[in-house]
Design a protein around this ligand. Structure first.
Ligand code: GLU
Length: 485
């Protein structure tokens, strides 16, 4: 038996959780749950200058909203904490010193000015900029002397001078990188903070992470990490680098293009079920035609072997389709809860209260026609308030010379039906009304719909009338007669 499965999501709190981060978190979570392992949240805040106030709270809240719950992380009493890197500085400092003592890292005193000059010289010679290893061969005594004299320094790791490294990645198979493209990376900054590379290796080891599942943009850093594992004499984790997220035009999905913050999708009314389903398919698929999955079903099916290596296109049409499907999969009562929540957050003019039964009627009349919960109100506002105006194109097409008289006949006929008045009565009454004057049903149906809804299409006319009720139907017909005749 191998090591127990322990994976981590290790965001830097530099902004709100974006879709790419949600994908990484979700894949780690699905893998952990499928394998019966643990999912850890670790906050990588070693670059304090990029830290954003409130970002950690937003991350945690958004993950919980999506149903991605971590077993260990900030605020838990997991055995491997603290789970925030800025609270672990002494751990990294000690490891950096160990690397120096063992000859695998060195103090570097180069000033920003010198580094800049080196860079400019290299660029002028059309070389790709890298540190020229100026301090790599300083003696320990010399370095100690300069440090004692108060000269600022960083610690850099020593990269092998030549040769290449090959490593396995679950998704990309064998990856080979030549050492000569790798810099003598800074691992401890002059302020005592580690850089990402040192902190990630030390923490993944100490937190006993078995699999590192992260975005492809971290692939070029992996050899640096593996060199550190070798220096420390530690067993590296299994790596799985998730494919890039692409815009439909195949450019890299970036914050600058459109919305990438998960919060944006939430506030636009996407269901968490749809967003999670959609994000799961950004790189993974079940190997057959099925596309609709709940979180539990994803846990049941997920494997890293089914993650592809080509870029995953972010297709908003697909997300919208999934949203409509997931909304349809809910029963009327569940949708009612969402609709009431929506109405609470978006009070209508007059702030009218609607009875549950009424709203349930709206849900069942409209549910096949909506993509978002907000569509109940936006696509059929006439269920929530009388139409303020009437679609001119429909008026032109459907409002004829004989229409007012037909509508008056209909109102009269409606009023004469005895209670209890049922949905069928709207239809029977309409048929009788048109038969009496030898007209086709359509000559009344279309203007009637226009009169009560203001538009020319929607759910079944008699469903609308039955929901509005006889009194309101008659009131709306009268208003339409006044405005349109
Ligand atoms: N802190 C890195 C990030 O912000 C984590 C990369 C990794 O998972 O190793 O994405």
């Amino acid at each position: 038996m191998g090591n127990p499965v322990r994976v981590r999501f290790a965001p830097s709190p530099t902004g709100y959780l974006h879709v790419g981060g949600l994908r990484t978190a979700l894949f780690n979570y699905l893998f952990a749950r499928h394998q019966g392992g643990k999912f850890v949240l670790r906050i990588e805040d070693t670059d304090q200058s990029r830290k954003v106030e409130g970002a950690v709270e937003n991350l945690v809240e958004t993950l919980h909203w999506a149903g991605i719950h971590f077993d260990e992380g900030p605020g838990t009493d997991g055995a491997f904490g603290p789970y925030v890197q800025s609270e672990r500085l002494a751990v990294y400092q000690e490891r950096a010193r160990q690397l120096v003592e063992e000859g695998n890292a060195y103090f570097c005193f180069c000033t920003p000015q010198r580094l800049d000059e080196v860079r400019r010289r290299q660029l002028a010679m059309k070389l790709s900029p890298s540190y020229d290893r100026h301090c790599r061969n300083l003696s320990a005594e010399e370095a100690a002397k300069r440090r004692e004299a108060g000269e600022p320094s960083v610690i850099r790791m020593k990269m092998p001078n030549d040769g290449e490294m090959t490593f396995d990645d679950v998704i990309r198979s064998k990856v080979t990188i030549a050492y000569k493209v790798l810099d003598d990376q800074v691992i401890l900054k002059s302020d005592g903070f580690p850089t990402y590379h040192l902190a990630v290796v030390v923490d993944d080891h100490l937190m006993q992470i078995s699999h590192v599942i992260r975005g492809e943009e971290w692939l070029p850093s992996t050899p640096k990490h593996l060199v550190l594992y070798k220096y420390f004499g530690w067993q590296p984790p299994v790596y799985a680098h998730l494919p890039l997220l692409l815009n439909p035009d195949k450019t890299k999905l970036s914050k600058r293009q459109g919305d990438v913050a998960v919060d944006e999708y939430r506030s636009k009314g996407y269901l968490k079920e749809a967003l999670v389903n959609f994000v799961a398919f950004l790189g993974w698929n079940p190997g057959d035609e099925r596309e609709l999955f709940s979180l539990d079903q994803l846990i049941g099916e997920f494997s890293l072997e089914r993650v592809g290596k080509s870029g995953a296109v972010f297709n908003i049409e697909k997300l919208n389709w999934m949203n409509a499907q997931h909304l349809r999969m809910k029963d009327d009562r569940e949708v009612l809860v969402l609709l009431k929540e929506y109405l609470e957050q978006h009070p209508l003019n007059g702030n009218k209260e609607f009875a549950d039964d009424y709203l349930l009627g709206v849900v069942s009349a409209m549910r096949e026609r909506v993509v978002f919960v907000k569509d109940f109100v936006e696509k059929s506002p006439y269920f929530f308030k009388p139409p303020a105006d009437f679609d001119p194109a429909v008026v032109k097409k459907r409002w004829k010379h004989e229409t007012p008289q037909l509508l008056r006949d209909y109102m009269k006929a409606l009023s004469s039906v005895e209670n209890p008045f049922k949905k069928e009565d709207y239809e029977l009454t309409l048929r009788r009304t048109v038969e009496t004057v030898k007209k086709a049903p359509g000559e009344l149906i279309h203007p009637l719909r226009l009169a009560v809804s203001g538009v020319g299409s929607g759910p079944g006319l008699y469903d609308i009338l039955a929901l509005l009720g006889r009194e309101e139907t008659i009131r709306r017909i009268n208003v339409a007669l006044e405005k349109l005749s």
